[in-house]
Design a binder for this molecule. Structure first.
Ligand SMILES: *Cc1c(COP(=O)(O)O)cnc(C)c1O
Ligand code: SF4
Length: 434
């Protein structure tokens, strides 16, 4: 039996079967915050993932339903009062945009990653690290449900002039030909797996037919296994999607499905297990990644359980990210010290098979910076840091030291240790960002 995909958003979420459990205040919180931050969920998340007996604390509920604490109290108040007197959509959007603009909608110099070919900007591409380019197919710029912490949120709230999307795979191929150092292309979004199989097939077939010797791995970044595993089971083109995956592996390229999971509960449904098995049967590998989020997974037991379950299902733990400096960071943010403690707490509790995971890592302007640990060197307490990716690949793997600061949440909060003026990469970076 095909599973019917039912979307719930701000306009119809009161139709969910569990709505009687919500208090008036719960509904108001969702209405107010949902006007500012993205809100979309679906019947799989609502009926199979959320534990409604304890929904206020449920990680999956918090992952999808806007929470009052995601807005600063004064912003909540002002949006609530606008909602009370205003029904005009344009006016509501204006009020919401004022709040959104205070929430750092464009973090980590992403606009700097848009490359050029023959003097022309290619807005659907980002190329930051030598070996891997990102491709944002136009039809994949939405998701089966929205994470309340999403850093792509300006795209989903309709405030983004600078949407990183295009439908010109021809430019992608030309760019790949001009850059033989690129081995990986990552399809990203939104979620590329919201695309119809026929569209995904058109992109993939063109890429394979271009016969690019440098292209080794096609990666697909997706949260569909958590939000809609029926994509691979009962959707009308589910089998076609799997055939596209197979086409890649049969062409002798590797297909890396980069699956986004935030909690082990997303790994426990029969639908998820079947979807994983079907994807793996195409020859694709599934690697997993997640940000570390207060209120959702800020607990080392959640991570060790999650990694173990992933390995049991045949997936490979890959990244633990630190929540970005955008959106409701005060709600979701975890200090760097705590992030390291949680990472280490989980990492020490799993076998070497799960220790393929790397983190906790910040995707910031210079690269992916991992907190290796907290240490003391000649009486000075420091963070030991390392690039796992760098805007300049020479930076990768060189340890560097930042002054210990228990409140630091992000790279911007770090200062060089041992009385140094700047970090070793800063001069180089300043030149690259001109
Ligand atoms: C993480 C990331 C990549 C991929 O890096 P890997 O270390 O190869 O997984 C590529 N581009 C951007 C912008 C990234 O953030
Ligand atoms: S699945 Fe990814 S892109 Fe989509 S809402 Fe969640 S974090 Fe954002």
């Amino acid at each position: 039996m095909p599973m019917k995909y039912q979307i719930y958003s701000l306009h119809n979420y009161r139709k969910i079967p569990q709505i009687d459990k919500f208090s008036e205040q719960d509904l108001k919180n969702i209405d107010v915050v949902g006007h500012v931050l993205p809100f979309k969920t679906n019947n799989y998340v609502v009926d199979e993932l959320i534990d409604w007996d304890n929904f206020h604390e449920d990680p999956i509920f918090i992952l999808n339903f806007p929470q009052r604490g995601m807005l600063q109290p004064e912003d909540f108040k002002s949006m609530a009062s606008v909602l009370e007197r205003e029904t005009d959509k344009v006016e509501l959007k204006k009020a919401a945009n004022v709040i959104r603009h205070k929430m750092n909608p464009h973090p980590a110099g992403q606009a700097h990653n848009v490359p050029e070919l023959n003097g022309q900007k290619l807005p659907g591409i980002q190329h930051k690290y030598d070996e891997t380019m990102l491709f944002f197919p136009t039809q994949g710029q939405t998701c089966h449900a929205y994470c309340t912490f999403c850093f792509r949120w300006p795209q989903f709230t309709g405030m983004d002039d600078l949407k990183f999307a295009m439908n010109q795979i021809d430019y992608v191929i030309a760019y790949l030909k001009a850059h033989p150092e690129i081995t990986d292309i990552l399809f990203t979004g939104g979620d590329p797996m919201v695309m119809k199989a026929s569209i995904l097939d058109a992109y993939i077939t063109k890429l394979l037919d271009a016969d690019l010797p440098n292209l080794q791995t096609i990666r697909i970044g997706s949260k569909s296994l958590s939000f809609w595993p029926y994509r691979y089971l009962t959707d009308s083109d589910a089998d076609d999607v799997l055939r596209v995956f197979e086409k890649v592996t049969k062409a002798g390229k590797s297909l890396a499905f980069m699956a986004h999971f935030n909690h082990y509960r997303e790994l426990e449904t029969p639908a998820l297990e079947k979807a994983v098995a079907r994807i793996r049967a195409t020859g694709a590998q599934i690697r997993t990644q997640s940000p570390l989020l207060n209120h959702i997974n800020a607990d080392s037991d959640v991570w060790s359980t999650m990694w173990r379950k992933q390995v049991k299902l045949g997936m490979i733990p890959y990244y633990m990210f630190i929540a970005r400096d955008t959106g409701a960071q005060e709600y979701f943010g975890v200090s760097l010290t705590k992030a390291w403690e949680i990472f280490r707490g989980a990492y020490t509790k799993v076998s070497g098979i799960s220790r393929t995971v790397r983190g906790p890592s910040m995707s910031c302007t210079p690269g992916k910076v991992r907190i290796v640990g907290v240490s003391e060197i000649k009486g000075e307490k420091v963070f030991v840091c390392e690039f796992i990716q760098g805007r300049n690949s020479d930076w990768v793997g060189q340890p560097f030291f930042a002054k210990y600061d228990p409140r630091a949440l992000w790279m911007d909060d770090l200062k060089p240790a041992f009385g140094q003026e700047e970090f070793f990469f800063e001069e180089d970076l300043a030149r690259m960002m001109l």
